[in-house]
Design a protein around this ligand. Structure first.
Ligand SMILES: [Zn+2]
Length: 600
């Protein structure tokens, strides 16, 4: 593959990101590195001083923010240069240095939260309300909010010292699945026996040859089942670690402990589950539609991944895709569109695949005061345009937040992180649906994309979220987590979600074993809530008039200045009620109706 790629030096600068916008030369980077090192030492010397009153607290917080801001720029400069060519030993060296500086910074500021909590409650409250502390009000309120769940410094130190042991289940899982385990061999489309890999699994599941996708699916399930007792032991240890941490910090459940730091009420999670359960008949109707589309006697789980769109291939150059994106974001306002237009030639985006460049796509908004950086590996299909729209959504969220908020409040939380990106994807699809109004193949491809987004991001992630919730509840109730109990519970969930539209083969009971996200507990529900919020907001942007657009635009400027639920309320959706998820799922039902009309 890589011999057909253009070399980086042969590409014009206009299609490469420009880390030099952060530091014009390596000397400048070194100067800033020295500066951050000195500041970090000063910061460490602040330990023990916060009891000395208002000025001592304020100067420590300012030092903390200023150092963090410079450190973030050092990091973005280094990672963008390294990710352009990961084999570059010079930037590998810089990366190691900046990582170690991050660790020193982390150690230097470790005193802050416990020392702030030792201050009288009324002092913390007064600081949070003091205009001189306005950059830090959110942070101070968060510290105060954590008070009921923060133990004495000695106890916190003791628990922190067990971190490596508590992280061990995830590491053992990674070693087994990434290194030691072999998935075995399956026949590909040409009948040749090939090694099944995690990367190959995805494309084989999408194969139009049913025997290929069935073989790949069954081989994968059996490969994991062969280590089923090991997976049960490692996952049970992970859940026990969560429950231990939650109890030690006085939470009523591991789930509450996971949601509390982001200030997300448990009811948000419950609402998601309830609304998704109510929409299961629509999911079943969607699955059943595949039966008709592919003329299958029954739909099995391995039939769910074949794209239903056949003939639509957009074949868009990057310039063409960019022009379409500009049209698609027009409803967000002319100034939004102008920034996106300028970003194209302003060194934000690294467009094409080159040797040793990082794969996939991402946006990094950490170069505060400079501009966001976007990595693409642009491909000329519909996917290429939608990935561009997605990453530019992230980038614009960072751009407006960084422009509006002080550094200390600029970074948005994971709970809202996928909203702006997904919203842009939906706006782009809706724009293309209008543009290709008479083109049936295009309509099927575009609606098909959204339907798959719902199935994989809303239904599937919510089912995962329900699995995690149940597994933790079982542990909390003293029920054993064994291979049998976990597999039976997982099989039951698959029957509940898919049983009305698919044949749920028993072998799916092993699937929980291969979901790495389960080692980062209570994380996946955010994919589902983020997707639903984005769909609801895109609808408001397109149909809600000026006020709705203004509300959404305000949201993009908020960074991390409010709790995520409050930020989304500003945008126009109240995730503490079931309404946004319900309306997103109503949209899913209407798409399905359009789709079935198209399919005839
Ligand atoms: Zn994203």
């Amino acid at each position: 593959m890589s011999d057909t790629l253009k070399l980086r030096k042969d590409l014009p600068e206009s299609v490469k990101w420009q880390p030099s916008h952060i530091y014009a030369s390596q000397e400048k980077w070194e100067e800033d590195f020295t500066f951050v090192k000195e500041q970090t030492q000063k910061l460490a010397a602040c330990a023990g001083t916060l009891k000395n009153g208002r000025d001592a607290v304020l100067s420590a917080l300012k030092l903390y923010a200023e150092t963090g801001e410079h450190l973030s720029r050092l990091y973005v400069y280094t990672s963008t240069n390294l990710n352009s060519d990961n084999s570059d030993s010079f930037y590998q060296g810089l990366y190691a240095r900046v990582s170690s500086l991050y660790a020193q910074f982390g150690a230097a500021v470790a005193f802050m939260q416990p020392e702030l909590l030792k201050l009288p409650k009324k002092d913390l409250k007064a600081y949070a309300a003091d205009p001189d502390f306005s950059d830090f009000d959110t942070m101070l309120k968060d510290v105060e909010r954590m008070r009921p769940h923060t133990l004495s410094t000695e106890m916190e130190t003791l628990i922190a010292s067990a971190h490596e042991v508590l992280d061990a289940p995830g590491n053992i899982y990674d070693m087994l699945t990434d290194v030691d385990m072999s998935l075995g061999k399956v026949k590909d489309e040409s009948g040749k026996l090939v090694e099944l890999t995690h990367a190959r699994f995805g494309s084989m599941l999408e194969s139009k040859e049913r025997t290929v996708r069935k073989a790949a699916y069954e081989r994968m399930m059996k490969a994991y089942a062969a280590y089923g007792s090991t997976f049960a032991a490692s996952y049970a240890a992970n859940v026990k670690g969560d429950v231990f941490q939650a109890r030690a910090h006085g939470y009523s459940s591991a789930r509450e402990a996971a949601l509390y730091p982001d200030d997300i009420p448990v009811s948000v999670y419950d609402n998601l589950l309830k609304a998704v359960h109510d929409a299961i008949p629509t999911l079943n109707a969607y699955c059943a539609m595949r039966k008709q589309a592919f003329d299958l006697p029954t739909v099995h789980m391995y039939d769910l991944y074949v794209p239903m769109a056949k003939d639509f291939d957009a074949k868009l150059s990057f310039d063409e895709a960019y022009d379409l994106l500009l049209e698609a974001v027009a409803p967000l306002g002319k100034d939004y569109q102008d920034v996106v237009r300028e970003a194209k030639t302003a060194g934000w985006i690294d467009v094409y695949e080159t040797p040793n460049k990082t794969t996939g796509a991402y946006s990094n908004g950490g170069a505060y005061g400079v501009h966001p950086y976007v990595l693409l590996n642009y491909r000329t299909e519909l996917d290429g345009l939608l990935t561009l729209a997605h990453e530019m959504g992230h980038a614009m969220h960072s751009y407006f937040s960084n422009k509006t908020q002080p550094f200390a409040k600029s970074d948005y939380t994971i709970f809202v992180a996928e909203v702006a990106s997904t919203c842009n994807e939906v706006l782009t699809i809706q724009y293309l649906r209008k543009k290709y109004a008479g083109n049936k193949a295009a309509q099927i491809a575009l609606i098909g994309r959204l339907l798959e987004g719902f199935r994989t991001t809303v239904f599937r992630q919510t089912m995962f979220a329900e699995f995690e919730m149940k597994a933790h509840a079982m542990e909390e109730a003293g029920q054993p987590l064994t291979r049998e109990s976990l597999s039976e519970m997982y099989y039951g969930l698959n029957k509940l979600y898919y049983g009305g539209g698919c044949r749920v083969d028993k072998v799916v009971e092993n699937e929980w074993m291969r979901i790495p996200h389960f080692y980062r507990s209570f994380y996946v529900y955010k994919y589902a809530t983020g997707f639903c919020a984005a769909v609801a907001l895109a609808d408001r942007v397109l149909n809600g008039g000026e006020e709705a657009v203004a509300a959404y635009r305000k949201f993009l400027t908020l960074g991390g200045s409010m709790s995520p639920i409050e930020e989304l309320k500003v945008a126009g959706v109240d995730m503490s009620t079931p309404q946004p998820v319900e309306s997103a799922l109503d949209f899913f039902a209407s798409l399905l109706a359009d789709f079935s009309e198209m399919m005839g």
